[in-house]
Design a protein around this ligand. Structure first.
Ligand code: AMP
Length: 409
């Protein structure tokens, strides 16, 4: 069922508490160095302002872990937002308490107020009821537009809407867009549906692979995560980066190679065509000026894989060429260094062609979005997700409780 969007709420004259994702990078002078996340929230903020709402924005920034730390203040985001809106944005020195309540009471229709970092209070990440109640007291209506934290059940994403009555809770336009593109890709993709997974870590993508195996026609695997499967098959990967184990919070270890072996068994019986690199661009060292070679499918001792090789690039581009739906999460190599960006770049070029032909290309957040930006192809993609962890959890097929609690359309 579709969720209610904020434009369906009676916002005129109401205090609308909006959870945004203003978790942006700052430089040492507290200037916002990448305002993409703030820009992505503008349609929601402008809609609420135009409707005559009193717009109260709340977010976290960084990991202050329940303590007030000046370097994680939301203030620079209020300044950046004011610039983008071309109108005044007020800033509250806390997110709850009498002073904030006074500022909210003084707001006029169409005003915008940014609250101080939610994570200055330990109650935010603990979804503490007292903290949630204090936030809830600021609002008549609630909007969640923070896709980047939608997989986290915190006070601002779950506790507050849980305390509010039916008819007062909506999602913003950014979350609507994320659910549309990620959801449609998974649930009713135009075929062929091709997923491309890469990056360095396999551990956070195992459940994604399992879920995608039941959905996609083809799955192309690259990046250092491919080497984990090579090790699982007993192939030499030289001195390549391999995520062999993960230390869990309780100190116990998760054997990633063993998990990869199990996954290889599942792949054998899956209907999806799963491809691994047939060759690699290898180097003598992790450096842009290192000596390189093309080897494969196995590597030689003393060499490390840093990108997919030319034959793999051709093969993967061929497997992408006729796609109607593409999901991409994780670079094919160390794209941050020019000599090892070729695999990701060529794949991205092919995806741009797919989108140009009317196909849907959805790029998962984090490093992959950075790679696409770097290649100057961001505008050519159908959708670039703002959520790194959130988009991965969504691709695992997990329902988000923070979205489920929002009213139906
Ligand atoms: P992830 O967070 O798992 O998506 O990993 C992204 C990172 O993987 C990027 O910073 C890439 O530089 C890195 N990466 C991709 N391929 C390789 C490789 N062959 N060796 C080392 N790092 C890689």
């Amino acid at each position: 069922m579709a969720k209610k969007t904020l434009d369906k709420l009676p916002m005129k004259g109401k205090r609308v508490l909006v959870r945004v994702d203003f978790n942006v990078p700052l430089d040492e002078n507290a200037n916002v160095t990448d305002d993409r996340r703030i820009r992505m929230a503008l349609p929601t903020i402008k809609c609420a302002m135009a409707a005559g709402a009193r717009v109260i924005l709340m977010s976290h920034l960084g990991r202050p872990d329940g303590q007030v730390k000046a370097k994680y203040s939301m203030k620079p985001t209020a300044t950046a937002l004011a610039k983008l809106l071309g109108s005044e944005v007020k800033f509250a020195p806390d997110c709850i308490g009498p002073e904030v309540e006074k500022m909210v009471a003084a707001m006029k229709d169409g005003d915008v107020l940014v609250l101080e970092n939610l994570r200055f209070h330990a109650g935010e990440e603990k979804n503490d009821e007292t903290f949630a109640k204090a936030l809830r007291g600021l609002a008549d209506l609630y909007v969640n537009d923070a896709f980047g934290t939608a997989h986290r059940k915190h006070a601002s994403t779950y506790g507050v809407p849980a305390l509010m009555p039916q008819g007062t809770r909506a999602i913003g336009f950014l979350i609507e867009k994320e659910l549309k593109f990620l959801g449609e890709a998974l649930e009713k993709p135009q075929r062929p549906f091709v997923a491309v997974l890469g990056g360095a870590k396999v551990s956070d993508k195992i459940a994604v692979i399992e879920n995608l195996l039941t959905k996609v026609d083809r799955l192309l695997i690259g990046g250092a995560m491919a080497y984990v499967f090579m090790v699982a098959r007993g192939e030499n990967v030289g001195k390549s980066k391999v995520e062999r184990e993960v230390v869990k919070k309780d100190g116990s270890k998760k054997d990633i190679i063993a998990l990869a072996k199990k996954l290889l068994e599942k792949i054998k019986t899956s209907k999806a065509e799963v491809l691994f690199p047939v060759d690699h661009l290898v180097a003598k060292a992790f450096a842009a000026d290192a000596e390189t070679d093309v080897q494969g499918p196995a590597m030689e001792d003393d060499w490390m894989g840093l990108d997919i090789g030319p034959e793999t690039i051709d093969l993967y581009c061929e497997k992408l060429a006729d796609a109607k739906t593409v999901l991409w999460n994780g670079p094919m190599g160390v794209f941050e260094m020019a000599p090892f960006a070729e695999g990701s770049k060529k794949i991205c070029d092919t995806m741009a062609d797919v989108a140009k032909r009317g196909g849907v290309v959805v790029v998962g957040g984090g490093d992959t979005a950075a790679a696409v930006e770097k290649f100057g192809l961001a505008e050519k993609m159908t959708h670039i997700s703002t959520g790194g962890g959130a988009s991965l959890e969504f691709l695992e097929g997990k329902p988000f409780e923070t979205i489920e609690i929002i009213d139906e359309a």
